[in-house]
Design a binder for this molecule. Structure first.
Ligand SMILES: [Zn+2]
Length: 432
């Protein structure tokens, strides 16, 4: 063995298991492994998970917050306008520099796979060029997947389709789109059909920003499900955001969700962004706007929580922490039952890994030795504490370490330090 983690807790609830790693792969997961390795990590009582995965991000915009000015209203539309002001000033160098800085944050947080949309509406395609280079640079530590994203509309922006095809020719992995930003509902539907046809011709996955609006009549997801089935793209198509579903008529949704399940659509909700961007035209009551996550999960769809934005024209916060994303998603969707909280953890690990089609993801023997040791005992505690990533391992190699959080207490008659890990497991009091 090259590396052994001792006495780990796993996300499925198994405890005290040793994980043996050889040649970049998990060789065995068993209790009391009788082997040795040059490096052994004591993971007693610690959760060891496969890495965090973000299936929805914008790496060409990240860490640009404040340039050329801040988003005063905080709305989606001012964000898009602001991005439009920033775009002519972008160079491949500055995009790559910011993206690489974000990748460092991601690795430190145990986030080792990211699907990022990349804007193709700039004729220079500088962001595509920059992120293809970043993808090559980081591939030993992080899987980066690129989506050709016509931010200003496939038909609404004059050269968008031509540029999208150029981006795919350059090696961008996924076909993107934004039907609700086209001029009319009919144009939006036509863009969905065109994008799915391009994906079918080229054998590529699809991931659309779809119905990111509070308008209950924005129903492009219906067209997306229809085209997916018509073209035989089942399992390869993702609807991102789908926030209009929050506001749709319940009767209509009772027909829609089975259609989505039939088409095996994948879904990505972006809770941090949805909760601040949606409901902006409401006074009170104010809608949350996130799509119907528990209902979609119950219907058997693969649903992930994405980060979407970190310090960019749309969102000024964030730090590549997918546990923060799960924390917000859990609250917004009221997923506070014990099983629902575990599902929220899956929505930032196994579910996005499936959506991205990551090969060898998981903790079974034969999988890539990519894992994270957390300062928490189980997935619920990890979310509750946004737990410290003590050790991050990629292909059997330690790529990041963070010292455990430890608070000294200066109070008389009280213990000398505070331990925030609670007397509960999986959100349930111990012993029950
Ligand atoms: Zn997005």
């Amino acid at each position: 063995m090259d590396l052994i983690l001792r006495k780990a807790n796993l996300p499925d609830g198994r405890e005290g298991l040793d994980i043996g790693i050889a040649e970049g792969r998990i060789a065995t997961v068993e209790a009391g492994l009788e082997a040795s390795a040059p490096k052994e990590i004591d993971a007693t009582g610690r959760l060891v998970t496969p890495p965090f995965v973000d299936a929805h991000f914008h790496m060409d915009a990240t860490l640009s917050y404040g340039f050329p000015r801040v988003n005063a209203s905080g709305t989606l539309l001012e964000g898009i306008a602001l991005w439009g002001e920033l775009k002519p000033h972008l160079t491949a160098e500055t995009i790559a520099e910011r993206a690489l800085a974000y990748c460092d944050w991601a690795v430190g947080r145990g986030l080792l796979a990211i699907r990022t949309h990349v804007d193709v509406c700039d004729d220079r395609l500088v962001a595509v060029e920059a992120l293809l280079e970043v993808k090559r640079k980081v591939r030993d530590v992080l899987d980066l997947q690129l989506v050709a994203f016509p931010q200003d509309g496939l038909f609404r922006s004059p050269n968008a389709e031509k540029n999208l095809l150029r981006a795919l020719d350059l090696g961008v992995d996924v076909v993107g789109g934004i039907p609700h930003f086209e001029r009319t509902m009919a144009e939006g539907a036509r863009s969905v059909a065109r994008l799915c046809a391009i994906a079918a011709e080229r054998g590529l996955p699809v991931d659309l920003h779809c119905d990111e609006t509070d308008d209950p009549l924005s129903r492009h997801v219906e067209t997306l499900a229809f085209e997916t089935q018509r073209l035989g793209l089942q399992g390869r198509v993702t609807g991102s955001h789908l926030t209009s579903m929050h506001s749709m008529d319940n009767y209509y949704v009772s027909k829609l969700i089975p259609l989505m399940a039939e088409a095996e659509l994948n879904v990505v909700a972006n809770p941090l962004i949805n909760i601040v961007i949606q409901g902006r035209h409401d006074s009170y009551p104010k809608r949350r706007g996130m799509t119907r996550v528990p209902e979609l999960m119950a219907a058997g769809l693969t649903v992930a929580f994405g980060h979407d934005c970190v310090m960019d024209p749309w969102y000024s916060l964030g730090s590549a922490d997918m546990l923060q994303v799960a924390h917000m998603g859990l609250h917004v969707a009221q997923m506070t039952g014990a099983e629902a909280m575990r599902q929220a953890f899956q929505a930032v690990t196994v579910n996005p890994a499936r959506i991205m089609g990551l090969e060898g993801y998981g903790l079974e023997p034969g999988c890539h030795a990519d894992l994270v040791v957390l300062q928490a005992r189980d997935p619920v505690e990890a979310i509750r504490l946004s737990a410290t990533r003590l050790v991050v391992v990629r292909r059997g190699r330690v790529v990041a370490e963070t010292a455990p959080l430890k608070t000294s207490l200066k109070l008389e008659g009280r213990p000398a330090s505070v331990d925030y890990t609670g007397p509960w497991r999986d959100g349930v009091p111990e012993g029950r």
